[in-house]
Design a protein. Structure first.
Length: 288
DNA sequence: CACTTGACCTGTCCGC
DNA sequence: TGCGGACAGGTCAAGT
């Protein structure tokens, strides 16, 4: 669900809303993976700190504080980060919001700010987490050391892209695309969408994919992710942006959740199978 | 090291 | 209607 385009959409929203706000409180409702730090870390480095910037690396959000610490947040599958200003309270909620009054039963962490506004971390399935770490230590955590390059960076080239896959030469292209150590930020939706665009069958072994096919996949992956950011991400069930609103990429999806419909390129029926441990959507006629 | 599978969770949907 | 099971899919640990 939240993949690179969704996390980037949340980041942009929070980057407009959070910097300059001062943390006044941090409530930890029912999120066993969040705030494992000792309580004095929270009171020392979070409470009273001012938010400076909001960054993203892969599917991880980094909220930098002026205490040399950062909130490190992973939404995993059902995580949401929703900001509510003081004025939203009691006045109901915007009717284009997908969610109602907060906190609700999936709220795991609530940050309160000095001006009366709040940031809610909701997560139905409790896979996600919020941690507080020294900012300079973030590049050293296991995930950051292993994660691959950002596919949308302007200096990320097709030859780098192709070369990154060689470490997974014997597995299939769908599993390799989902491997965060190959390229950062690709999840199930954009793996299926980009393979359709590049006309590559998800079953293909990486070692058999030609340079020309990698070039198409590189172009399609970047195009699909950039378009998804443009559309505010994909809302299948849970995903919302920092204002609680849905994204519209699913209206433009070509295969994801379109099983049984006609392929827009060749007219054949789109299939859904189980592959690489995931629901996989593709067109067997024009993806070879 | 490369690769695959299951665990982590909760809510929903489908078949009986 | 109730109930069990499959499914949703990001990452890590444990297995081959």
């Amino acid at each position: 669900m939240p993949e690179l385009p969704e996390v980037e959409t949340v980041r942009r929203g929070l980057a407009d809303l959070l910097p300059g706000r001062v943390v006044a409180s941090a409530a930890h409702l029912n999120s066993p993976k969040s705030f494992p730090n000792a309580q004095h870390d929270v009171s020392q480095f979070l409470i009273g700190a001012t938010i400076q910037s909001v960054r993203r690396r892969a599917k991880v959000l980094l909220v930098d504080l002026d205490s040399q610490h950062s909130l490190v947040i992973h939404l995993k599958m059902t995580g949401q980060l929703v900001f509510r200003g003081q004025e939203a309270f009691g006045a109901g909620h915007p009717n284009d919001s997908l969610i109602g009054e907060l906190p609700d039963r999936s709220t795991r962490v609530v940050l309160g700010f000095r001006d009366g506004s709040h940031l809610y971390f909701n997560d139905q399935r409790k896979f996600g987490w919020v941690r507080l770490l020294p900012t300079l230590e973030i590049p050293n955590i296991d995930f950051m050391r292993k994660v691959g390059p950002e596919p949308l960076e302007s200096d990320f080239t097709v030859s780098q892209f192709t070369e990154r896959f060689q470490r997974r030469a014997r597995t299939n292209i769908k599993a390799a695309l989902l491997d965060q150590t190959v390229v950062a930020g690709v999840g199930n939706i954009y793996a299926d969408e980009s393979l359709w665009g590049a006309q590559i069958d998800p079953h293909r072994i990486v070692g058999s994919v030609s340079a020309d096919e990698f070039s198409r996949l590189y172009t399609e992956l970047r195009a699909v992710m950039n378009m998804a950011i443009d559309k505010g991400g994909s809302t299948d069930k849970n995903y919302v942006n920092a204002e609680g609103k849905r994204g519209s990429y699913m209206d433009f999806a070509r295969v994801f959740r379109r099983e049984g419909q006609a392929c827009s390129r060749c007219g054949q029926q789109i299939l859904k199978i189980r592959w690489a441990g995931r629901g996989t959507h593709y067109c067997a006629e024009c993806q070879k």
